[in-house]
Design a protein around this ligand. Structure first.
Ligand code: SF4
Ligand code: SF4
Ligand code: FES
Length: 239
């Protein structure tokens, strides 16, 4: 296994070749806020929370979707990065309907957690209060579009781990939303195996078990990682 060395906030770090910048940052013992990234799923660089500065590169790079390479000088905690991260979280809250006190994920929500991490105590942007729907057609689960931050974790886990590919992203801009099947009610999509993986990886209260009341959702966000590792290491044998 070849190893590369790079500098993270002035600290030398050695990681296996092919590692992402996020893995290098973690190897340096630094915690970067992330939302769209989840170990076990492919990186997409959608939420822009894990942005870092790399010396000699004029734009900011998403650490989760950028490869570490020999000799890079990476900064993770500059005033500019802190401002961008806070602004990104403020926009998440302003563009959806996140009334945390009534949410199933209250107290176990990654969006709340990153708001605390970046020091967001209010949003400087006007709230849009979009008119979004709830899909309660599935016998076990529900989707509340009001809480969805379009991280696409559900899309990727259903495609890459469960191989059912129930979810997709439709439309653009303010109308962008996740859809089940061919834009059908979730409960009418035969491909859904009712496995619940999408519910487990959702970082907010957008996907939840029907039995969950306020603050009762407790997802299993490491499930995708365990399943991916077990599959890659052939821990299951077919007879
Ligand atoms: S319950 Fe399983 S199969 Fe159904 S949409 Fe979610 S991840 Fe896909
Ligand atoms: S439903 Fe949840 S997992 Fe899926 S895109 Fe929205 S926030 Fe992400
Ligand atoms: S976690 Fe890297 S862009 Fe979302």
């Amino acid at each position: 296994m070849s190893v590369i060395t790079l500098s993270i906030d002035g600290q030398p770090v050695a990681v296996p070749a092919g590692s992402s910048l996020l893995q290098a940052v973690r190897a340096a013992g630094i915690r970067l806020p992330t939302l769209c990234h989840l170990d076990g799923l492919s990186p997409v660089g959608a939420c822009r929370l894990c942005l870092v500065q790399v010396e000699g590169v004029s734009r900011l790079l998403p650490a989760c979707a950028s490869e570490a390479s020999e000799g890079l000088q990476v900064q993770t905690d500059t005033p500019e990065l802190r401002e961008y991260r806070r602004m990104a979280v403020e926009l998440f809250f302003a563009e959806g309907n996140h009334e945390c006190a009534y949410c199933v994920a209250n107290g176990d929500c990654e969006l709340q957690d990153v708001a605390v991490t970046v020091g967001m105590d209010h949003s400087r942007f006007p709230y849009r209060w979009p008119n979004r729907s709830v899909d309660a057609s599935h016998p076990l689960f529900s989707l509340d579009h009001n809480r969805c931050i379009l991280c696409t974790r559900c899309v990727r886990v259903c495609d890459e781990i469960e191989a059912a590919h129930v979810w997709d992203v439709a439309e653009r801009g303010a109308h962008c939303r996740i859809i089940a099947g061919l834009d059908q009610p979730w409960g009418e999509v035969d491909a859904c195996t009712h496995c619940g993986k999408c519910v487990d990886v959702c970082p907010t209260g957008a996907l939840f078990h029907k039995a969950d009341g306020t603050a009762e959702k407790h997802p299993d966000r490491e499930r995708a990682q365990h399943l991916r590792r077990a599959r890659d290491q052939h821990e299951w044998q077919h007879r």
